[in-house]
Design a protein around this ligand. Structure first.
Ligand SMILES: Nc1ncnc2c1ncn2[C@@H]1O[C@H](COP(=O)(O)OP(=O)(O)O)[C@@H](O)[C@H]1O
Ligand SMILES: [Mg+2]
Length: 265
């Protein structure tokens, strides 16, 4: 039996269908369409102003497209409230780290897990057995994440004093605690040095495998994308310019021209 041909396997985990976003007179996105397959690292590239962050913000329900649809496992996410997106299985990090600076690394990660808990004020106050069980499970999960992200040495330290690269790993940990199916990363390499970018690439691949993730990696710089992406979508002026393997997209004349054009500008 050929499992790869079964309809379940063939269905993309995420479908972006003709997504259009208009800001006044500017079409930040113009009918963008692509699919993400389960387990993929999909690199979304394009010069500054191409529409990458706008698409990212549609996927995380910060922006409402004026046209088109976004389907997660066949179900539209656009009807959901932004707060419901984590429960549906979409997790994200921020381009500029957004953590609680005076809380510990562990507590910052723990906050990510709470979108998954069933607890409410009354059940929590009564310390009902299932609340305690859930808390214990969450503790175990957080220990695992702390280990996997090499945060053991700083787990009880306040986030504020930690290096930027470490804070980025804490943010990744917080996203993982919500048990996402699809993880959205907006320019995770921004502000990191060459060595840190290399380590980050390995880490993204490792957690993709360990947590059964599908990853959307938004990057302005091509290096990291070319190293770890299975599939690349290139945007320019809000439209899809090219899509395919990293090698094919990198050598696509339209993509080269767009990047050269943006550097000359
Ligand atoms: N909130 C906004 N209001 C108005 N215009 C915006 C807004 N966000 C983005 N844009 C415009 O939309 C286009 C795409 O921007 P963006 O998605 O940030 O590109 P990228 O992330 O690829 O650099 C740009 O022309 C930008 O100026
Ligand atoms: Mg951007």
């Amino acid at each position: 039996m050929n499992h790869s041909n079964s309809p379940i396997e063939a269905r993309p985990i995420l479908s972006v269908r003709g997504v259009t976003v208009q800001f006044g007179g500017i079409k930040a996105l113009n009918g963008v369409t692509f699919d993400m397959q389960r387990g993929q690292v999909l690199g979304l590239i394009g010069p500054n102003g191409a529409g990458k962050t706008t698409l990212f913000n549609c996927l995380s329900r910060l922006y409402q497209p004026s046209d088109g649809d976004i389907l997660l496992e066949g179900e539209s996410i656009l009807a959901r409230k932004p707060a419901g997106i984590a429960k549906m299985g979409i997790g994200r990090t921020f381009q500029n780290v957004a953590l609680f600076p005076t809380l510990s690394v562990r507590d910052n990660i723990r906050i990510g897990g709470h979108c998954r808990s069933r607890g409410d004020l009354v059940s929590d106050a009564l310390r009902l057995p299932w609340v305690l069980r859930e808390e214990r499970e969450l503790d175990r999960k957080i220990d695992e994440i702390v280990d996997d992200l090499d945060l053991g040495g700083v787990a009880d330290r306040e986030v504020a004093g930690l290096p930027f690269g470490t804070q980025k790993r804490v943010e990744l940990g917080r996203a993982l605690a919500a048990k996402p199916k699809v993880l959205l990363l907006d320019e995770p390499a921004g502000g990191l040095n060459h060595e840190e970018v290399y380590v980050l690439g390995d880490l993204i691949c490792r957690i993709r495998d360990a947590y059964n993730l599908t990853v959307l990696l938004v990057e302005h710089h091509m290096g990291l994308v070319m190293k770890i992406a299975d599939h690349v979508v290139a945007l320019n002026f809000g439209s899809k310019l090219a899509e395919g393997t990293p090698a094919a997209v990198r050598s696509d004349p339209a993509v080269i021209k767009a990047y050269l054009g943006s550097e000359a500008a």
